[in-house]
Design a protein around this ligand. Structure first.
Ligand code: C2O
Ligand code: CU
Length: 465
């Protein structure tokens, strides 16, 4: 058992982690990290509130920021001090199959008391994250997630580099993680959306900023199910990377930053407000449920510079294989299932908690296991277009392991700004086309990152052979 005193010490660590700006990785020949997953306590609601029993990496919620450098080998030893199997998936990193962290498929699960060493060399700079891929609903829902930041080989010029790991908790009145994971009715709808959103593990207090500074803000949506649409009142964030991958800088429509579960956005944020003023950051995704996530609180201080920081330049490109669209083979993947209206409870009862969702009529559920049959076999080195068709009444952030893809079109219209990604958010009934080169051998998962949807059927396997 972990004592309350240990928690108090961890608490100070958490506060320090929130205040700290991520620091670039020191140049090294190899980055060595160790993280341990274990039950712990976190003070999600700030000082005097009750401590919440969580599962945490290294006693921190979120887990420690792992900072490495593009093209430099990384070695991360993961220890399991939970009382159940776990694994770690390095979300968005193009890495060897054996390091992908899917239990049964890429590795045997890490048993309680066991350890697994992940080794890879990240080819791409950007904002990535890590999370378990075993009993994902509970393990992510109880706090296991952390940021993995891969620094560019040459530093990017900004005044501050700030990370917001956004998590969504369903807490009871007593401030404990509510039971009821895997509720079939919820799984057939939006998934387990919580009632408490945290930034870097705490319900957000004001974020102190200085007039005139330019911040690279890394947003990570580590929620199980909550989709976010962030609006920075009085500010015009410029998106420079989607899911870690650089894009042509652009200002999003209506200045809303849309983030489905697992998605990341890097934005350049020029602090053009007035010293001493507070500006709300609103999450405006769900109709009629907008709430202020936090406030940018300007210090009463001289602006850092008078003239502004000038235009936003494109981040250095990552070495992504460019799909040959003329030669690409086209595959249709239809997303099916879920509630279509009517009597939610009665229908959920019929669905029995599995097979609620499907892709092309097949439901694969769980978190990964041996013997999953691929729905497509893609010869290594060939280009492919996946046409994803959402024939459901719900949103789905679809994630492909082991590759990054180019977003081609939405509902038949071309997508501007050269966006790459590893997770693409589909609105109800939306059609999206993505393209990629199947250059990484393995049996790669493609699944919805609303965890309830994944574990109840919205998952498939693409084999690159
Ligand atoms: Cu971040 Cu298979 O997922
Ligand atoms: Cu989904």
């Amino acid at each position: 058992m972990i004592s309350r005193r240990a928690f108090a010490l961890a608490g100070t660590g958490i506060v320090a982690a929130v205040a700290r700006t991520p620091r670039p990785a020191q140049a090294a020949d190899r980055y060595d990290h160790r993280i341990a997953a274990a039950p712990w306590w976190a003070n999600l609601r700030g000082a005097p509130g009750p401590a919440t029993a969580v599962w945490a990496y290294d006693g921190r919620v979120p887990g420690p920021v792992l900072r490495v450098r593009q093209g430099t080998p990384v070695r991360i030893a993961v220890e399991n001090r939970l009382d159940q199997d776990t694994t770690v998936h390095w979300h968005g990193i193009r890495l060897p199959f054996a390091m992908d962290g899917v239990p049964g498929l890429t590795q045997p699960p890490i048993k309680p008391g066991g350890r697994f060493v992940y080794e890879f060399t990240p080819p791409d700079a950007g904002t990535f994250w890590y999370h378990p891929h075993a009993n994902s609903l509970q393990q992510i829902g109880r706090g296991l997630a952390g940021a993995l930041i891969v620094d560019e080989a040459e530093p990017v010029d900004v005044d501050r580099d700030v990370l917001w790991m956004l998590a969504d908790w369903r807490l009871t009145k007593e401030g404990q993680v509510a039971p009821g994971f895997g509720n079939a009715m919820e799984a057939a709808m939006s998934g387990r959306v919580g009632n408490t959103v945290t930034i870097n593990g705490a319900t957000p207090a004001d974020q102190p900023v200085r007039a005139g500074e330019r911040i690279r803000l890394r947003l990570v949506n580590a929620a199980l199910a909550r989709i976010m649409a962030l609006r920075f009142e009085g500010h015009r964030p410029v998106v420079v990377a989607v899911d870690g991958q650089p894009c042509q800088p652009f200002q999003p429509e209506e200045h809303l930053l849309l983030l489905g579960p697992a998605m990341r956005l890097d934005v350049m944020l020029d602090m053009q407000g007035e010293p001493g003023r507070r500006y709300p950051v609103i999450d405006d995704f769900y109709d009629g449920l907008a709430y202020p996530l936090t406030h940018l609180a300007y210090l009463r201080q001289e602006p850092l510079r008078r003239s502004g920081s000038g235009g936003v330049s494109t981040l250095p490109p990552n070495p992504l294989p460019i799909p040959d669209l003329d030669a690409a083979e086209r595959h249709e993947l239809v997303l099916q299932g879920g509630m279509m209206g009517g009597d939610a409870l009665a229908n959920a009862g019929k669905m029995q908690g599995s097979g609620i969702w499907a892709i092309n009529g097949v439901s694969m559920h769980g978190d990964g296991h041996a013997g999953m049959t691929p729905s497509l076999v893609l010869p290594r080195g060939t280009s492919h277009i996946l046409a994803l068709r959402n024939e459901t009444a719900w949103w789905h952030p679809m994630h492909l392991h082991g590759h990054s893809f180019l977003l081609l079109s939405r509902n038949g219209s071309n997508v501007p700004h050269q966006q790459w990604g590893d997770t693409v958010l589909l609105a109800p009934w939306e059609r999206v086309e993505i393209a990629f080169v199947a250059d990484n051998p393995g049996d790669w998962m493609l699944h919805c990152h609303v965890t309830d949807h994944q574990v109840t059927g919205m998952m498939t396997i693409l084999r690159v052979d």
